[in-house]
Every structure is written in structure tokens, then in C-alpha cells.
Design a protein around this ligand. Sequence first.
Ligand SMILES: Nc1ncnc2c1ncn2[C@@H]1O[C@H](COP(=O)(O)OP(=O)(O)OP(=O)(O)O)[C@@H](O)[C@H]1O
Ligand SMILES: [Mg+2]
Length: 479
Amino acid sequence: MGTTIEGVYADFMRYLMENTQRFFEMTTPNGTEIWARLRDTIVIILATPNGWDIREQAVLAKAAIRASLVTKENVGQLLQFVTESEAAVHYALANQDGDWLKKKDIFAVIDCGGSTVDSTIYRCVSTAPLILKEVCPSECVQAGGIFVNREVRKLFEKLVQGSLFSDPEIIRSMTSAFESDLKPSFDGTMEEYNLKFGSLKDNDPTVGIHKGSITLSDNDLRPAFDLVTKRIIASCFETLIKQRTKYVVLVGGLAESPYVRRVLRKELAKYDIEMIMVGDHWKKAAGEGALISYIKQFVVARAVKATFGGCVYQNYDKKLHRDRKHMIQVYADGKERVEGAFHVWVKKGTILQGTFAHKLPYHRAWDATSMSDGDLIRNLGVVGIEVFGWEGDGVPIWCKDEEGKGVLSGMRHICTLNADLSALAGQLRTKNEPGGKKFYRVDYEVCIYFGGTQLRAKLQWKENGVLRESPVAIMPYVS
Ligand SMILES: Nc1ncnc2c1ncn2[C@@H]1O[C@H](COP(=O)(O)OP(=O)(O)OP(=O)(O)O)[C@@H](O)[C@H]1O
Ligand SMILES: [Mg+2]
């Protein structure tokens, strides 16, 4: 009732932060003093599912602000995102003996989780520094650990049918005993497995129950696991083979199952693919890998999945803008311009690496003849540029319709970069446009750069020779 997803995340985050602080202060000598000193510079790294992009990140960022993990001002610097599979790669590289990964190797990360199995394929572009590139979009299949439990519950229902044990409450305790005892140990090497679920008084030889334990045959249990392993094989293997994958890094809770591991290892071996286990039973691959990726500043090259640009007043170009000839306006600087044009900053398919950075000069102009100082300050206070993303091919000419209101179909409004340039009011000189009218002009730059794992944008301008910046906006790189 009235609970938002942002609120739920904010509660979680607050809880985690409070307890992290408590734990840190209790277990670190001089912990309270150290925490207080470093609190405002703590970088929070969130490992998120592979398919998440700016929509989800924006919710998490708002939640993090609401939970006071970061502030509105420092969120761009102190809140970082990394995908779970990327974090797993870093974890696997840091925790494996030998340098298994060589330049040009293709490898995959398969994350066998509770409800989904996600696979991502990377190519190693270079090992020092480590540069990885996603080869193709991640795949996700509904084949996690809960499906094993679902099958096993059906098995229990079938086995105890007609007996006193055919009771939802008892089936539930059997399934929960399976989850904690048998699921982690089942390896498919014995003929029978015992599962303790009740008390010594629970007996019924006709359904294989003896002193609170039920006997299950290998043949009974295998199909429950096979359902999932078969789905994983059916969904991921074709791509693994097609992409000539050399290694598969297996992570996630279900990958801890000795049976699942064995089946997948055997199946992969048929195609000469080697399996790399990271031993993630403490569930550290995502968390620790996220930290490693930040500390070591590993570079992952990514291809931008959409074309990004700003919505601008563009100089009228009859080759491009003929269809809106009737919309030409004479701008304050005397030039003929059209509104709502798409000015491309980064094209779809551009490979981003640590060094990627672009600056684009922009300016705004206002007619000075009728402008009071107050109006000028007000105008300068809200200089902004709307950022749009285009996921299709090619480069559209327009972002918006003729009226400048409706966004064209296929264009996605990402964010608006805003800057308060009002402090410049006193320094601005008027200029003369070709027709002799006076106008004010203010210059600023849009900076687009690859900040570790994300494409970011901000505005920059000079105030009395001092460089100023707007808050940083994060562009989604995945469509
Ligand atoms: N040692 C183990 N042996 C077998 N299965 C295990 C083991 N440990 C955890 N699991 C299973 O792994 C699943 C949870 O895995 P994980 O924690 O990676 O999932 P998740 O990240 O929460 O889910 P998802 O990624 O689908 O959102 C559960 O189904 C659990 O039963
Ligand atoms: Mg998971």
C-alpha cells in the first residue's frame, strides 16, 4: 500500500549500510573514528543483472539517495554499477591459479541462479591491461535452482501419495530438507539417497519412510536436475559453440551443485570447452568481483547499443532540413535555425574504452535589445540540453515533431543535462549579429566520456576562468 519499488530498495540499502557500519566499527580497531572519517567518500558499487540499464539504475540511484548512502551532488561519483557477469569475470580472474586467459580467447560466464541462468560471452582483447569485449548480447533462460525444487516437490507428492504423509505441511518440510541437505550434496554417483525430514516416529515402509527419513533413488532425483541442465544446454550451448568459446566460468548458487557441475563439465568437454569454477559458495563472486573491478579499474570495451545525441536548434541545412523549411526561425545570433534536430554525440556500435572522451562546443544566444539583467540571469539559470537515444540503425534528422513537443517514434528521451550559468551574467558582453542587433552569447561544452563502465555526459563551462561542471548523467549502453 503506497510502497514504491524505490522505497523498498531504499529500506534494504539503509539496513545494509547500518549493519555494515555496525560490523565495521565492531571488528576494526579504531573503527568508529575511521568510519566517520571516510564515510563521505565511500564508493558504493552495485552489481546488477546483465539486462538492466538506465531505467533500473535510475531507480537504484534515487533509492541510494533516499537511504542516505550518497547525496544528490555526489551520486555520479560515489555510486557505481557493474553487471553481475562482469563482476564474476573479475572474481574468477583474481581467484584462479595461473593465467588461463590469453589475448583473443573467447570465454563465457554462466550464472546459474535461483530462477534464471544468464550467460554472457566475452572476447579478451588484451590481458595487460585487461580489456574484454562482449561478443554478443547476454542470454537469459528460466532454468534456475527453484525449478529443481519444483520437480522434487512433485516427486515427493507422487511418492507419498495415499499414505499418512500425503500432507502439504509435510511435503513442505521435505522440500525444505531437500533444499538444505540433499540439493547441495546430490552428485548422481550413488544408487540411493536418504533425506531426513521428520522425527524418529515417522515410519511407513510402503513409501520408503524410516525413522523420519525418506529413501530416494538416483533415478527419482536425476530428472529434477536434468530438467534444468538440459534447459541450460539447449539455450546456451549453441552460441558457445558458434562463438568458439574456449572456457566457461560457472558461477551462481546452482553451479555449486556437484551434479550440475559434473553434467555441464562433461557436456562442455565434448566441444573442447573447459569449465572454470570459482567456488562461489560464500556468494562472493558478484560482491567481491564488483570491488575488484573498481579497485583495479579493469577496462571492459563495450559497443554502444544506441546512438546518443542532443536535441538542438541547428543551423538550417537545406539538404537535411528541407521538410521543415517552413519552421525556420531567425535565432538571436542572426542565423537561420530549426528546432528539434538530433545532433549525434556517439554512434551506435562505437567501441568504448577507458580513453573515450569527446567534447562538443555549444552555445546559447539571447536577444540583448529587450533583455533586462533579471531576465538574463533567469535565462542563464536554466541552460540545458535534452539527451536522446536512438536504438535503430542510421541517424535520424529529428528528435521531436515540428511543434517541438512530441518525441518522434523510436527516439528515447534519456535525460536533460542542466547547468546554472547565472553567475556568468556580469561577465557577458553583447555582440552584434550581422543585421546589427545586439545579442548575448554564452558558450559551454558537452563532455561525453567513458567512466569505467558507463558512458557519461556532463556540461562544462568557465566562470571567471574557473572550470565548472553540471551533475553527471549516465547513458545506458544496453538497449
Ligand atoms: N551448494 C549448493 N548446491 C546446489 N544448489 C545450491 C547450492 N547453493 C545454492 N544453491 C541453489 O542456488 C539457487 C540460488 O542461487 P543464487 O544465489 O545464485 O540465485 P540468485 O542470484 O538469488 O537468483 P537469480 O540470479 O536467478 O536472480 C537456489 O535455488 C539454491 O537452492
Ligand atoms: Mg543471481
